[in-house]
Design a protein around this ligand. Sequence first.
Ligand code: DGT
Ligand code: CA
Ligand code: CA
Ligand code: ZN
Length: 586
Amino acid sequence: MTKNEIADVLTEIATLLELKGENPFKIRAYQNGARNLEALEDDLGELISSGELSKLKGFGDALVQKITELFETGKLEFYEKLKASVEPGLVSMLEIPGLGAKKIKAMHKALGLDSIEALQKACEEGRVAALKGFGKKTEEKLLLGIKNREAYGKRHIWWAARAVADPILAGLKALPEVVHASHAGSLRRKRETVGDLDFIVGSDEAKPIMDWFVAQEGVAEVTAHGETKSSVRFESGLQADLRVVRPPQFAFALHHFTGSKDHNVMMRQRALSRGLSLSEWGLKPVEDETFENSLVAETEEDIFSHLDMKWVPPELREGLGEIEAAEKGELPKLLEYSELKGVFHNHTVASDGRNTLEEMTAAAEAKGWEYWGVADHSKASFQANGMNEDRVLQQLEEVHALNTSGKFKTHVFSGIECDLLVDGSLDLSEALLMKLDYTVVSVHIGFTQSEEEMTARIIKAIEHPATTMIGHLTGRILLRREPYKVNTQKVIDAAIANSVIIELNANPKRLDMDWRLWKRAAEKGLMTSINPDAHRTEHFEFVEAGINAARKGWLGAENVLNTRSLDEVTSILSLKRNHLKESLSS
Ligand code: DGT
Ligand code: CA
Ligand code: CA
Ligand code: ZN
């Protein structure tokens, strides 16, 4: 196990102990252990083998023994036993937004609540509000959380769905009977959330393919097992559909089941206007009875070309202008992964990240990036270990030292994710922010303001001369937390007027600002930056989800700051800083 994975296990141990009502000192020991482990700069394997680990402050014998067991075997008996000893109903309650171990424990003790259903019933009967330290408001919040969890439980974030889908597709492709195979549906269109997985296969022999599909590992229920279609449900609740068609029909079926419905309706209309009928079976003259003499399509390109259109990337198939653009040959050249030259908005152990400045730089270099930018939290985010003025300056020196050391080819930009306070002022002074290369301004508190207040608050930040970009504009957490109220059009206009960037937060649970807003905003001149909001080196991968959203928003490299070279970015960022110097000296 890696350092970060071990830290996750320690954190979970603390939660489980809390659910069991164990001694607070013991709980804190694991929480601190996780934090201390994350903050280690040296190689964990070396610290263990040299025995140095137990000499470090905060690493007692019991903790070191557990870390060593996890590091060497990937398992920990103590943890397995602990997990088995906690009622699963209590653990599942942790999924309710805003409900932590302490409250679950208290309700379990006082009311014997041991499942989400029992909790819901108790809330409806007012028994939770009557508990000491809870009250009517908490009860209402819990009920809402339970309701949202149900509604949200029907969908899955794309990132998680893709992780399930990729091995299935690889398995299909490896079957000897399979001629063509692809993802389809919302997964292929790269929607931020996915209802179910869709797969299309071209083959002359469906049966063994269907049999393999329904017998996969992890299938909890087979809901259909037919000649052309099978459906399964996995233990996670995610469902998957497989359709097998004859190879000549593959491209038509793939196009049809990729959708979206709106796109399909418009495509059929276009076909009809040329006397053709389009379906998952093929493309034929309207007057033909069957699709037996369908026009031929080896690929999706051929289908579009029969209708005098350029191939439309699946991400654009939402019925939002792609048909017109494709017939005029005006489809945008969409952003690609290979075009990114670096990233901004990333955290390190200086605030709530898991890796050090050096580890993050090494990871950015391994990706071939020319630069990356650190942006740890500022002091108002004390729950995320936000930095005060002294620590900001100290990190700035570390960044300078690292850049001048020549240790890495990748340049580090010094930045910060500065909290936007409720009155619209920034958490740190202009003079301090000016010393950094850039500032990401984010809302982390005061989510319940009215739309007018929130809009004015964010626009005030946009007009602040030190603001380079706005982080996660609406604060939404997909399938978990609704966006706060803000007039996005006014904010977009203000950002353009002040040459401020609005980030596309690429965390697959955020994807904020939403892709639906980008096409128009970019046409008006808004710039974005694809920001992974990485809290550990692995999170750099999130840029893939951000690129999906950017592509769905019709964005190309020209709309994105981090497709620029190191030199270009340096001069764009310093332009903003020079303005600031002027405003400070006037
Ligand atoms: P999801 O699963 O809710 O995230 O969204 P999709 O788009 O994957 O929808 P799904 O799985 O129900 O169906 C896959 C595609 O099949 C859909 O995007 C378009 C096509 N399709 C399914 N049902 C219909 C329909 O009744 N009419 C049309 N035109 N297309 C359909
Ligand atoms: Ca689907
Ligand atoms: Ca489906
Ligand atoms: Zn943030």
